[in-house]
Design a binder for this molecule. Structure first.
Ligand SMILES: Cc1cc2nc3c(=O)[nH]c(=O)nc-3n(C[C@H](O)[C@H](O)[C@H](O)COP(=O)(O)OP(=O)(O)OC[C@H]3O[C@@H](n4cnc5c(N)ncnc54)[C@H](O)[C@@H]3O)c2cc1C
Length: 412
């Protein structure tokens, strides 16, 4: 990340009621309250209108360079905005979809894309006209990402279309065609995406060294998208498998250099792992405010339930988890902003934010009693929505592997 300002970092960190966060939350309450949410959640339906409103507000272009249609804000402004969005918007699926664009797709294209790729994709992604998906996971390769089967061969058209045996990292000529085949699974936004960032190997035996990243347009012959896969939470984010059946791509489709997939993956994951849960941290704050309000209003045994120590301590635990998650998130952002190593901090932030949200969502259900469990009050939705956070962006086990490796207790 660039344009790091220590003053704005400190303000963002200590001001729990920061104006950027508060204004975004107020805007979201007013503009992203969709009366059909419960129905869409049941039917796993995305809300394009909500996406368009968020884009109009500038959320999809927050951090991108103004030269490509963005607002060029720093990471702290973006984190506060997403906290506010998570607080004010009850459609966690919509917010998750937006988070993936801002924290994963756009930074990858901006950092690794050629000038032509940036010109071609970033303005549309910022304006909300385009949406992108990140495609690495497959049915048989999840945590072990580089064990992928999706592969590409290289054809040299000047040699009459024959497939040559160059591996990743070899020099490419304008005449080169890449032929991409394989299926990616669990791809967020795929049914609604226009652009796919796809990891494929030239030779599985090469592991991470054989991987190249391609940018593939939705209308590319050979690309097909499976049906929306219903899931436990984040049901309003569309989610599908994507198949590439002999897609013929040119050098213009290669993101970064051929064979540079591992470094692109590592940069993307480090940012995603740290920041993609910012909105969820905002949702934890809203969840706590709701639980406090309910504990004042609900009476049992002649007193507000919040007067029972068991209930008030549970609320205190929710506050503690929220604060810890937030502090870890901002620490990772400060390190990243200063250009210092942030891998361990990002992994710790991911573990804290994802697991704290699950624990606090269970506490919220318990505090609301049966009202917390039935669907009509919306409390149970949080638990379903946050459960995915311990899986996507690298599971909690994988994050702990990173922390253990930094402690010198694991080799990989
Ligand atoms: C909501 C959601 C959105 C997603 N969106 C995308 C997307 O847009 N693009 C995309 O490419 N993928 C996406 N994924 C997939 C996600 O990245 C993978 O699910 C995740 O990386 C885990 O892989 P897996 O599901 O194959 O589990 P596995 O890797 O099979 O893991 C199963 C279990 O084994 C454990 N395990 C595996 N390896 C180790 C290890 N080395 N040490 C300790 N424990 C280990 C895991 O922690 C887990 O408990 C998404 C997933 C979810 C839930």
């Amino acid at each position: 990340m660039t344009n790091f300002d220590p003053g704005s970092a400190i303000d963002a960190l200590i001001d729990i009621d920061h104006p950027t966060k508060r204004k975004t939350a107020e805007w979201a309450v007013e503009n992203l309250a969709d009366p059909t949410l419960a129905e869409r959640d049941r039917d796993c339906r995305f809300w394009p209108e909500g996406w368009a409103r968020a884009a109009e507000r500038g959320i999809t272009g927050l951090m991108v360079d103004p030269a490509y249609g963005g607002a060029g804000h720093d990471v702290f402004h973006a984190l506060l905005t997403f906290e506010g969005l998570g607080y004010g918007c009850r459609d966690a699926g919509l917010v998750f979809g937006l988070s993936t664009q801002v924290w994963t797709m756009q930074p990858i294209i901006e950092r690794f894309g050629s000038e032509a790729q940036k010109q071609r994709y970033l303005p549309g992604l910022c304006s909300g006209e385009l949406r992108a998906s990140f495609c690495i996971t497959e049915a048989d390769s999840g945590s072990d990402s580089f064990a992928m089967d999706t592969s590409y061969t290289v054809e040299d058209r000047s040699a009459g279309g024959s497939v040559d045996d160059r591996t990743a990292g070899a020099s490419v000529e304008a005449e080169t065609t890449y032929v991409l085949s394989g299926t990616k699974s669990y791809i967020t936004m795929a049914p609604e995406a226009d652009v796919f960032i796809v990891f494929a190997t030239a030779d599985k035996q090469l592991g991470q060294w054989g991987v190249t990243v391609f940018i593939v347009d939705r209308d590319e012959p050979g690309l097909s998208i499976g049906p929306n896969r219903p899931k436990m939470g984040l049901r309003t984010t569309p989610f599908a498998d994507v198949t590439f059946d002999g897609c013929r791509l040119g050098p213009d489709n290669v993101l970064g250099a051929p064979g540079s997939g591992a470094s692109i993956f590592s940069a993307a994951m480090e940012a995603e792992r740290a920041f993609v849960l910012a909105a969820q941290i905002g949702a934890m704050e809203r969840q706590l405010d709701d639980a406090v309000a309910y504990s004042r209003q609900r009476r049992q045994f002649g007193q507000p339930i919040g007067d029972f120590q068991a209930v008030s301590h549970r609320l205190a635990d929710m506050k503690l988890r929220h604060d810890n998650a937030r502090l870890q998130l901002y620490r990772a952002a400060i390190l990243d902003g200063q250009g210092r190593p942030s891998m361990e901090a990002a992994a710790l932030a991911k573990i804290q934010a994802s697991e704290a949200a699950v624990a606090s969502s269970i506490d919220a259900v318990l505090t609301h009693g049966a009202r917390g469990y039935v669907t009509e009050f919306g409390v149970e939705q949080d638990l379903r929505n946050v459960a995915g956070g311990v899986v996507y962006g690298g599971t909690s086990d994988v994050q702990r592997n990173i922390v253990a490796r930094m402690l010198g207790r694991r080799s990989r």
